[in-house]
Design a protein around this ligand. Structure first.
Ligand code: FAD
Length: 368
């Protein structure tokens, strides 16, 4: 049972690039945000600081010409958010009630009432759970095993080397095609004899001379050495049960991502995978006052810089909402804190009582 109750204007869940950027903006706007992140937990795949806490070189975050270590980058984000007065809490939120404002979040120790909520809970890459896949030192994660070709593909250790991509969907085709820019050869290992990917993605991959498909096969183990990292994968043909080792310098697991949205099921609109749906001109979800940013609402880019960009947007949207100004919703309406709706064509305002008044300044004056 929660023992303490807190009342906050802005609560942010998640301390990855999205949540911390939202915190920087909200704190600078004097909104005294509370940022909640789960304690480190290997099973739940959570770590304060988010996904970049499990990577070494981040070479594509602007402002760091020599690259930066993932945890060091997140430490800088955090210090910047702290500097402007963000309050931090390390708790796992197990319930969220978004049926009315203030929204209620519950952890083991706290009940938190939030006037606005910024969701930045990220998405977790799905893993195979095979030997050699775990993060260094238990496996080769971060030393040849990755779940993000855009992030890690250009690293020097993968250049002109044979690489393996595991998966058969659009992400796997995209990752394989992208990796051919650097690799000497890309093997796509897939459990079935056909792909799940869309036709256009399949065609691109089939036409690429550097990609070779290994069908009806699963990766059983990732092999390597402490210094050199990944050196091979052990494969098994699922039809013949025959096993073989395939030499490679990197393995990219591309079997999908799971957005961390279980908490909001039935309350917020999501796509079929579970990504939160936001308005195209704002970070608003279908519940006025609830905003989403970063990977949790992005099934396309999933980069630190895009997460930070939408984190900024979410804080500005929350600020606007708290200032009683209209915020664009996924429906196309704009909604204020008082429950007024501005219609998508901007011609009318519908009050909380259902009364409609014109939104045009001259018409409004005439009506008066
Ligand atoms: P996340 O970073 O995922 O943070 C979400 C946070 O929410 C987590 O800390 C989690 O603990 C917390 N959370 C979730 N649920 C709850 C809950 N119920 N209660 C409390 N807290 C909760 N991108 C790049 O741009 N460049 C790179 O080089 C790069 N390398 C990468 C390497 C790896 C191995 C991985 C996995 C990703 C990499 N990425 C990289 C992608 C990048 O990390 C993500 O796009 C980015 O972290 C997304 O930020 P986010 O803030 O949306 O979410």
């Amino acid at each position: 049972m929660p023992t303490q109750t807190l009342d906050k204007e802005v609560v942010i869940i998640g301390s990855g690039p999205a949540g911390l950027t939202a915190a920087i903006y909200a704190a600078r706007a004097n909104l005294k945000p509370l940022l909640i992140d789960a304690p480190a937990d290997a099973e739940k795949q959570t770590a304060p600081g988010g996904q970049l806490m499990i990577t070494t070189d981040v070479e594509n975050y602007p402002g760091f010409s020599k690259g930066i270590d993932g945890p060091a980058l997140m430490e800088e984000f955090r210090k910047q958010a702290e500097r402007f007065g963000t309050e931090f809490m390390e708790e796992w939120i197990h319930t969220a009630d978004l049926s009315e404002r203030p929204f209620i979040l519950r952890t083991d120790s706290y009940e938190i009432n939030a006037q606005t909520l910024i969701i930045a809970t990220g998405a977790s890459a799905m893993w195979l759970g095979i030997p050699g896949e775990a993060k260094v030192p238990q496996g080769f994660g971060g030393n040849g095993v990755s779940a993000c070709a855009t992030c890690d593909g250009p690293l020097p250790g993968f250049r002109n080397q044979p690489l393996v991509v595991v998966g058969g969907g659009d992400t796997a085709m995209e990752e394989a095609t992208f990796l051919t820019r650097y690799a000497s050869k890309v093997y796509v290992v897939h459990r079935r004899d056909k792909l799940r990917a869309s036709k256009i993605m399949q065609d691109k991959a089939f036409q690429n001379d550097k990609i070779e498909f290994i069908w009806n096969t699963q990766v059983q183990e990732i092999l390597g050495e402490t210094q050199a990292g990944v050196t091979a994968v052990r494969l098994q043909n699922l039809k013949t049960k025959a096993e073989k080792e395939l030499p490679c310098s990197g393995v990219f697991i591309a079997i999908g991502h799971k957005p961390n949205t279980a908490l909001f099921k039935g309350q917020l609109d999501m796509d079929e995978v579970g990504y939160l749906l936001t308005a195209h001109r704002s970070t608003a979800t279908n519940v006025p006052g609830v905003f989403a940013c970063g990977d949790v609402q992005d099934n396309c880019y999933r980069q630190a810089v895009t997460a930070a960009g939408t984190g900024c947007m979410a804080a500005l949207d929350a600020e606007r909402f708290l200032d009683h100004l209209p915020v664009a919703m996924p429906s196309g309406d704009e909604v204020t804190m008082e429950g007024e709706h501005v219609t998508p064509d901007h011609q009318a305002i519908i009050g909380p009582d259902g009364r409609m008044v014109p939104n045009h300044p001259e018409m409004a004056a005439t009506e008066d």
